[in-house]
Design a protein. Structure first.
Ligand code: CTP
Ligand code: CA
Length: 228
């Protein structure tokens, strides 16, 4: 069968994408997690592959099939994810779509925690490494285009603007993850693309789309920027 040749604007570009939640162990049988499905990150990986990029997808635990033609590294915790991200550098473009758990328990139990008469075990939390900020702030080998996500339930644009500055990334895809939107786990997403131009931040608000459509649109913007 003859198909018309597909445009491959990202041919020859190496791209890294994080996706999904992370699982932070409490003991051998329990963990801390969140409601991320991984759908948005997986859709971005598929769109990037379709545009010709050499894609590595680093994913936390999800119930999705690996996208065809993409190198997939499966991880559990935020610390595993950071290690795999660093092992994947150098890349031309990095997109951090994962909903990384912000905290993990300070000392993971080697044995299952048991109910005791002494009461409930206190769970001491410590902050996880910030993968996006770590990569954005690298002196050596920072990818030329670093894109983060901002998951917010209020003050979306304001929080996303603060986040782009704090993280040191170039673009942020801001999305409202309030329960009423159904974004977490759902198939649709309403996003705003924030792009940093020196001191200025431009905000481009997109209509509600499927996560596949958001992915294709984002990759089209990436392609326009890296190979205009
Ligand atoms: N991120 C990351 N590593 C973390 C936390 C977040 O790489 N430990 C990335 C996410 O993949 C996303 C961006 O940072 O691209 C913003 O994530 P978000 O949870 O919205 O922001 P936080 O900085 O964690 O702030 P908060 O959750 O308090 O809003
Ligand atoms: Ca967070």
């Amino acid at each position: 069968l003859l198909r018309p040749p597909q445009p491959r604007p990202l041919a020859g570009k190496r791209m890294l994408i994080t996706a999904g939640p992370t699982h932070e162990p409490i003991d051998p049988v329990r963990y801390i997690a969140n409601r991320s499905s991984g759908k948005q990150g997986f859709a971005i990986a598929a769109a990037a592959h379709a545009a010709g990029a050499d894609v590595t997808l680093i994913s936390g635990p999800v119930e999705l099939d690996d996208p065809l033609g993409v190198t997939v590294k499966h991880v559990e915790s935020a610390r595993d994810m950071l290690r795999q991200v660093e092992a994947t550098l150098p890349v031309d473009i990095a997109i951090f779509a994962a909903a990384v758990a912000d905290w993990r328990v300070a000392s993971e139990g080697e044995q299952k925690l048991k109910k005791t008469a002494a009461g409930m075990p206190p769970l001491q939390l410590v902050e996880n490494p910030d993968i996006l900020a770590t990569i954005s702030h690298r002196k050596d080998g920072r990818p030329p285009l670093v894109i983060g996500f901002a998951a917010e339930t209020e003050h979306l644009i304001e929080n996303a603007k603060t986040k782009i500055a704090r993280k040191g990334c170039d673009w942020i895809v801001a999305n409202d993850v309030s329960p009423a939107t159904g974004v977490m786990g759902g198939d649709r997403n309403t996003v705003h693309l924030l792009t940093r131009h020196g001191e200025n931040i431009e905000v481009d608000s997109w209509p509600v789309m499927t996560k596949e459509e958001v992915a294709v649109e984002l990759i089209a913007h990436v392609a326009k920027t890296v190979s205009p």
